[in-house]
Design a protein. Structure first.
Length: 207
């Protein structure tokens, strides 16, 4: 059964945040957690089993674009190649409900890159509890929006997630309301932005 952790949405309890991070580090836990665009599944970058469990839960194949969830903009440059135009545009709308698809650097494990494009998603969430977890972890989190097979919107309620995935994940985090709209996904691999999915983030700046 998954452990249920109830974090305060504005002042996450440090003790509980540390317990979540300890589970990620020491137990290779797969967590379901709230973001500024619905729930997501997450684990450490080095957790091979966690990656495979995410694909299984979501019913996805190896071509799925994983997202590396970062705490701040400086982490992005270690993970993806960003040209000047992309740099300015991405910096202007982060943190926020955007996922950017960019070419990965050698810092990203090959198994996390798109098999043909060698790209990966990156994003900086505007969510207090998630940022507290990222700050305590001290590294990006491998992530994917929690949209189950046959559904079009991410889950939004912690207890609902626990009931549905009680034996599929290790920790479920609750931290107040979260919207049922996924991130806006923008691919920036050919020198210009291409909106792949219109979601919570305003797309007008990329049109």
């Amino acid at each position: 059964m998954a452990r249920f952790v109830d974090l305060h949405p504005e002042n996450p309890q440090p003790r509980l945040v540390r317990q979540v991070v300890d589970a990620l580090r020491d137990d290779d836990a797969l967590i379901a957690y709230p973001t500024d665009s619905g729930y997501a599944l997450g684990c450490r970058l080095g957790n091979r089993d966690g990656r495979d469990r995410i694909l299984k839960i979501r019913g996805l194949d190896e071509r799925h674009h994983f997202t590396l969830l970062c705490s701040e903009f400086s982490q992005l440059g270690q993970l993806v190649h960003i040209d000047n135009a992309a740099f300015r545009a991405i910096k202007a709308c982060t943190p926020g409900p955007y996922t950017f698809i960019l070419p990965g650097t050698p810092e990203v494990p090959r198994r996390l890159l798109h098999p043909k494009k060698k790209t990966v998603g990156v994003r900086i969430p505007d969510h207090v509890a998630t940022q507290a977890i990222l700050a305590e972890l001290g590294e990006p989190l491998l992530s994917s929006t929690l949209i189950l097979p046959g559904e079009e919107e991410p889950r939004t309620i912690g207890w609902d997630v626990k009931e549905e995935l009680d034996h599929a994940v290790d920790v479920v985090i609750e931290a107040g309301e979260t919207p049922a709209v996924p991130t806006t996904v923008v691919e920036w691999t050919d020198g210009y932005p291409e909106v792949l999915r219109e979601g919570a983030g305003d797309v007008s700046r990329f049109e």
